[in-house]
Design a protein around this ligand. Sequence first.
Ligand code: PXG
Length: 465
Amino acid sequence: MTLITNHMPTAELQALDAAHHMHPFTHGNELGRKGARIITRARGVTLTDSEGNEILDAMAGLWCVNIGYGRDELAEAAARQMKELPYYNTFFQTTHVPAIALADKLAELAPHDLNHVFYAGSGSEANDTNIRMARTYWAQKGKPEKKVIISRKNAYHGSSVGSASLGGMSAMHAQGGLPIPDVHHINQPDWWSEGGAMTPEEFGLARARELEDAILELGQDRVAAFIGEPVQGAGGVIVPPETYWPEIQRICDKYGILLIADEVICGFGRTGQWFASESYGIRPHIMTIAKGLSSGYAPIGGSLVCDEVAEVMNDCDFAHGYTYSGHPVSCAVALENIRILQEEGIVDRAGSEIAPYLRRKWEALADHPLVGEAKIAGLMGSIALTPDKASRARFAADPGTAGLICREECFANNLVMRHVGDRMVISPPLVITKPEIDTLIDRATAALDAAQKRIEAEGLMVPAS
Ligand code: PXG
């Protein structure tokens, strides 16, 4: 039996990691010099590293461990399924019970008439499915020229060539010849950074109307779909003004283009309801899901598809699919995850009790001298660091300099809080308790105090001109 043990000293494991393991979104040599932190186990909201430190994981891994760590039931569901049927595909006129049962469950849970699922192994794969599905849908309807997908700058939709093209991260587009043709990006609804003198409500409308402008400019007969995260996650937890989504919905309806809600982060309770589309009154034709679907215990993603699109797609042979589409072990784990989220009322409690408590505490961080705004939607929150609150100024230093300092101070205080540029973000497991939220806020405050001292000492408290 292969034993994955933790018997080696940390430095030796780090050396092996540096020698053989290439990390995502990481400068390999820089990390190699420093040594990666090695996480060895986790329970609830707490990680343990190879040195025995206990760290509060305010990111739920990568926005995914909604149910919290250490739920044996999920491990047992995986083991049971592996013994019964570890793998079979769903390509050639076959299916299996876990894929059927999960599809049925998702149809029950999903809002509106999102009654169909096309499985993928991840959010990136699911968004690649969406590109091909949206274009194929229109081709099937005799409009093959409707191919353009409109997305937003600073959106994150994944790392595959297709999904990263949908994303609006310029650093990603700069590597590997992206984006693919027929993807168009409009501006994001980030009022704090880009809203200027407008009120948030005016700004939300203005940014949504960029979609209408783009449709008119590109031609209604060329646009297939609009894709957006209800609340942008990796872009820095950008909570849109209230006017934004109703206007987007109106425009999609008016011009008859498909609306794709990417709920890879927002879904499965993150915003306090099962899906953020419910929180924001969005009626998507297609919804991307992953992460919280299995709480990260097994890789799985998918596209939830509405009746009308499914009807058109089911009338053709869609030449698309992944070896692990509907993987039985992942489906079994996802089903068990959903059962527990439902039966233990985890999503309901997250929305009704935990989110309001966290909101009060989180929004109070806006009083800290280093914090410009504190935004939160359910259990995903962000704070913007600024050298000058009054003018909503950015730092003169390179974006991310202050954020990195703050993240280092979080780590020093045994708190995982990520930085996106100069925004700090959280997305804790939904099972976080009120005392754990108090600890989170205490550690975040200590980290902000320490970060402020360092930023001042290094002469960085300077607004960009
Ligand atoms: N859509 C959204 C909205 C996401 O947040 C994906 C699609 C892609 O999913 P996969 O499963 O292919 O990774 C994501 C993923 C970060 C970070 O640092 C965020 C994600 C992934 C990795 C890192 O914030 N989101």
